[in-house]
Design a protein around this ligand. Structure first.
Ligand SMILES: CC(C)(COP(=O)(O)OP(=O)(O)OC[C@H]1O[C@@H](n2cnc3c(N)ncnc32)[C@H](O)[C@@H]1OP(=O)(O)O)[C@@H](O)C(=O)NCCC(=O)NCCS
Length: 176
């Protein structure tokens, strides 16, 4: 029988479609005043599910999903990418919670699982990048103990958007 309590577990390839749906809805809500409407309307969960199948199967990274009881959020982590924010070994690559399910502690549970995995894999310090205009995400990361360390420009849909890096030191864990 399926538990009704919110549960975090490692993603399976069969979760790819649900992950992609949450990502598209969450992007459309979080970036509605930041990215062009045509870009957000053009996001395609079916196409994105193909990419998520690849990410979920990648042995160097991990994706956790949260079921409550449907899949309402996910978080992907792995070795740090890119040359900015030098000195970081691990990265939270993505964290998204369904717009209707935010502020219930699900994001905290997901990032807590990712931070534990990164610590065990000795992939710390940890960096996460957020668009400079995505203030709610900054509040979330700062509330969880991260501090802003860097800035860069990210190309999305033929335009450049500033992004900020937030960092957790070696030994940082979140929650339990
Ligand atoms: C950012 C996100 C992952 C947080 O997940 P969540 O489940 O809503 O977060 P939690 O409920 O665990 O929040 C923990 C704390 O972070 C802070 N926080 C979270 N969302 C916040 C918001 N929108 N505004 C201000 N503070 C916020 C609060 O202090 C919150 O505690 P509180 O609710 O008791 O006040 C989620 O809101 C989301 O998916 N946003 C859209 C996508 C996104 O921006 N992803 C990050 C891309 S870099």
């Amino acid at each position: 029988m399926r538990s009704l309590a919110p549960q975090v577990r490692q993603a399976r390839s069969t979760d790819a479609a649900a992950i992609a749906r949450v990502q598209v809805l969450s992007w459309q809500q979080a970036y509605r005043d930041i990215l062009p409407p045509s870009f957000l309307q053009g996001l395609d969960a079916e196409r994105s599910a193909e990419s998520w199948r690849v990410v979920v199967a990648d042995p160097r990274r991990i994706t956790f999903v949260l079921e409550a009881p449907d899949l309402v959020g996910f978080c992907t982590a792995g070795p740090a990418r890119g040359s900015e924010a030098a000195g970081h070994r691990g990265e939270v690559e993505a964290i998204y919670v369904h717009p209707a399910e935010q502020r219930h502690g699900f994001g905290t549970s997901l990032i807590g699982a990712a931070m534990e995995w990164l610590a065990e894999a000795e992939l710390q310090p940890v960096v996460v990048w957020a668009l400079e205009a995505n203030q709610p995400a900054h509040r979330f990361y700062e509330r969880l103990g991260a501090r802003q360390v860097d800035r860069r420009l990210l190309r999305i849909a033929d335009a450049l958007y500033p992004e900020l890096a937030f960092s957790w030191p070696v030994g940082a864990l979140i929650g339990g």
